[in-house]
Design a protein around this ligand. Sequence first.
Ligand SMILES: Cc1cc2nc3c(=O)[nH]c(=O)nc-3n(C[C@H](O)[C@H](O)[C@H](O)COP(=O)(O)O)c2cc1C
Length: 392
Amino acid sequence: MKRKVYDGGDFRRTRNIEELRLAAKRWLPNFVFEYVDSGAEDELTLRANRHAFDAWRLVPSALVDTTVRNSSVTLFGKPAAAPLVIAPTGYNGMQRRDADILLARAAAQAGVPFTLSTVSNRTLEDVVADGGARTWLQLYMLRDRAVTQNLLERARDTGCDTLVLTVDAVHYGNREWDRRSYREAMALNWRNKLDVALHPRWIRNVLIPDGTPSFVNIARYLPEGERRAANGAIFIARQMDTALDWEAVRWLRDQWRGNLVIKGILNVDDAIASAQIGAEGIVVTNHGGRQLDTTVASLDVLPDIAEACRDRLTILIDSGFRPGTDIVKALCLGAHGVMIGRATAYGVAAGGFEGAAHALTLLTSEIDRTLGQLGCPSVAGLSRRYLTRHPA
Ligand SMILES: Cc1cc2nc3c(=O)[nH]c(=O)nc-3n(C[C@H](O)[C@H](O)[C@H](O)COP(=O)(O)O)c2cc1C
């Protein structure tokens, strides 16, 4: 029997993240949807990220009192109401006006941290002031270290306590679906221009107020003329520090006293090196399948990394997480928390603040229901005993 899915209309009627994705697809012009949704090249990693969850099956315990359930965790010494963090996603302003702030507000309401991308469309200062969430800053290291130093100063001044250094994107991923929308660099082809015209509500919300969103968070470091999104994106890609190495991380560690999280770790050696260099955490990720295609799914490397480093590092994971059962599986395999990228991005596209909040409500209620049905009343009690490899 064919499963019935969301067939358009109010995003509030979506019952899971996959349906919310369809609601986002309706709201967004094709070129923005492809930017958010697509992966690199043949999208093998994008698919592998989803399939990895099928390889694990939950094994419930019977007859456990689960009347009271607790999904809260502690991340870097502070409580979070759920084992979730909103992942950094750049260029959010293309989905909804002020999406960076709307996502932060949704995170605040759900009691989880929000990570602001370096390439955001609102400044760190605005997001901290108006978003109200525990805000972490994601850092792309550009060649000019003075930019990094200034960003760190701003992070300190705004009270941001956690820096997420992304190390898997110094060479931009080859997202062919995204590139297909353009005639040449940042110039849409005719099919996509026409498609934009068919999305008047999006035009009114995103384009009419201020034109194409620009990278205001780092505008002060960009030369005049490179600040609009079209030029800025190309300029930033050229400024990425391709020499980024452990020496650079050591330098950063010396500059930054707050929590340092290295995002883009996929093997045990790098996880151990992260601990040795003094990072407080890592994100096990393949960037949501948007960077090197055919890389391993992050869930597949999690058990070994957790075994080697769980007592020394806070281990976060992302890439491909959709229903709450995915999140519970990762926690059983040793993650301390899960970063959510597209799920909340679909939400904010489909319904602004309410859409992002809806995405988080879906996820938190799915986690809570899974705990109840699994016979494990708290996230803290999750372990390998609730999982089996399939086929065993
Ligand atoms: C539209 C989009 C933009 C992204 N921008 C950034 C970014 O600016 N910095 C970064 O570290 N990761 C970025 N990522 C990767 C996410 O932080 C995260 O690793 C990934 O989305 C997780 O996979 P998921 O989307 O399947 O949850 C981006 C991802 C998406 C979908």
